[in-house]
Design a protein around this ligand. Structure first.
Ligand code: ADP
Ligand code: MG
Ligand code: ZN
Length: 491
């Protein structure tokens, strides 16, 4: 059995992986897609149910308008073309958590198609195609846990039955596990910005199935794929893909054939296992849902939804770089959430010099966070605190050195800047000329050699004296003033 490292090298040399992802995202509507039951997570089992979502005979579905709007908004954010007419279809299969015996989904006429997501690949930016975005209802949940003997009993919770989902299907455009990870990160970010889902993977609000095949480099025809189901983190999806690619390469290298099948990932072992083969695959016998009309999202409605489209992360980052002169990297960090980006922008706007806020985030905040192993959202210094400190430096009230010390205290005591500034008695950098002149006299007297060099024409020696004076004043002196007084004295 070879390790990941050497097989992945071999993979890259002769075989090309091809990956396509199917992502399910739960929409944040208050009620279910075809009934008025609550979608609240964590309610006692089987309390958010009614004849419609339980699939009682004769109960009729009524489409949730908000679910359509959220799905359309997400599809727009993913650069899809919205189909004015889409069709709900019955996907028939038997499973204990599916009381109706079919799931209402969309099949050959989905809500939206032809989208894309931009990802940062090793060779620059690349577009990953999105085949389709469609609306469907979720199934219930089988609970195998919490029983004395988990192998004996299974319980069903139907609270989730009928919760609205969108399924986002990618083209087989992804070529590495890293790229899959990046695609998922960007996808989640975009969905979060639209606020149509909380994308909480622990609660199952975002679920991903990964399809993967390998082919000899240069071959156009796709290889036989396997599908890895229900992996519950992006990191595990990446790991599962790495394993599965090397497994497939080994099979093909040793003259074998890949069987089309569904596999499960065991994250403890870092391996995938066969769950069911193509022969056992469901034949869903899709047909149009007779209880629902075709879904019509006409131009007028689309225009209304377009108006609610927020600025998306990629565009926001480009604008922050341009407007505030921050680096691409910092723009990435500052846009990890919409709320952080908003905080940064309002702080930068409120400050006397927005650029200084950006510089402080970049120059003073990031490094301290990194040292402490904190995410920016856990920063003791808020964006507002950064803005306050920026204004104090801007007005000359505190020096850069003082700011550094105050920031250190913020991190030591885990308090925001204004609080620390007050605690420290609102220190001011010294602009007291007489006191400074005294220090300068002492420093100059104590360093005759440097003074000689300066007077001999080595003007850069001024830096040495400024440094000494700053040190002697414990960083409290106002540097421009020190410079001015020193120049006078030395000349
Ligand atoms: P299925 O009918 O088995 O569900 P689809 O054609 O609907 O297959 O594709 C499902 C997902 O699998 C899509 O994301 C698609 O890009 C991806 N996919 C399809 N064929 C391959 C392949 N040969 N290798 C890797 N991914 C593939
Ligand atoms: Mg499919
Ligand atoms: Zn219901």
């Amino acid at each position: 059995m070879s390790t990941f490292a050497d097989t992945s090298v071999a993979t890259h040399a002769t075989y090309e992986p091809v990956i396509g992802l199917e992502v399910h995202v739960q929409l944040l509507t208050a009620t279910k897609i075809f009934c008025s039951c609550s979608t609240r997570f964590g309610a006692p089992p089987n309390t958010n149910v009614c004849p419609v979502c339980l699939g009682m005979p004769g109960a009729l579905p009524v489409l949730n308008r908000k679910a359509v709007e959220f799905a359309t908004l997400a599809a727009m954010a993913l650069n899809c073309r919205i189909n004015e007419t889409s069709i709900f279809a019955r996907k028939n299969y038997f499973y204990p958590d599916l009381p109706k015996g079919y799931q209402i989904s969309q099949y050959d006429k989905p809500l939206a198609e032809h989208g894309s997501i931009e990802v940062h690949a090793s060779d620059g930016k690349r577009k990953i195609g999105i085949t389709r975005v469609h609306l469907e209802e979720d199934a219930g949940k089988s609970l195998h846990e919490g029983f004395p003997d988990a192998s004996e009993k299974t319980a069903i919770d139907l609270n989730r039955t009928g919760v609205p989902l969108i399924e986002i299907v990618s083209e087989p455009d992804i070529t590495t596990p890293d790229e899959a990870y990046e695609y998922l990160t960007r996808l989640k970010e975009i969905i979060l910005y639209t606020r149509v889902s909380d994308c909480n993977m622990e609660e199952g609000s975002l679920r991903c199935d990964a399809n993967v095949s390998v082919r000899p480099r240069g071959q156009r025809e796709l290889g036989t794929k396997t599908e890895i189901k229900n992996v519950n983190s992006f990191r595990f999806i990446r790991e599962a893909l790495i394993y599965e690619i090397s497994r497939q390469v080994e099979v093909v290298e040793s003259g074998g054939k890949i069987t089309q099948e569904t596999r499960l990932y065991n994250s403890h072992e870092g391996k995938t296992y066969s769950m069911r083969s193509k022969e056992q695959a469901h034949d869903y016998r899709y047909f149009p849902e007779p209880d629902l009309l075709p879904l019509l999202v006409d131009e007028k409605w689309q225009a209304e939804i377009t108006k609610t489209l927020p600025e998306l992360p990629e565009a926001l980052r480009a604008r922050l770089v341009k407007e505030y002169g921050i680096t691409e990297y910092d723009a990435q960090v500052l846009t990890v959430s919409k709320s952080l980006a908003d905080q940064f922008e309002s702080a930068a706007k409120a400050a006397k010099n927005p650029k200084r806020v950006a510089n402080l985030v970049q120059g003073e905040l990031m490094g301290r966070l990194k040292t402490k192993g904190l995410e920016i959202e856990q920063s003791p210094i808020s964006m507002k605190g950064v803005a306050t400190s920026a204004d104090l430096v801007e007005s000359g009230a505190i020096s850069g050195k003082m700011l550094k010390d105050l920031y250190d205290l913020c991190f030591e005591r885990n308090k925001d800047f204004p609080e620390i500034y007050d605690e420290e008695g609102r220190p001011q950098q010294s602009s007291d000329t007489t006191a400074l002149e005294k220090i300068i006299d002492e420093i100059v007297a104590a360093n005759p050699k440097q003074l000689e060099q300066y007077r001999a024409g080595k003007k850069t020696m001024i830096g040495f004296f400024v440094g000494q004076v700053m040190k002697a004043s414990k960083g409290q002196a106002n540097p421009p003033l020190v410079n001015e007084l020193l120049t006078k004295k030395l000349d």
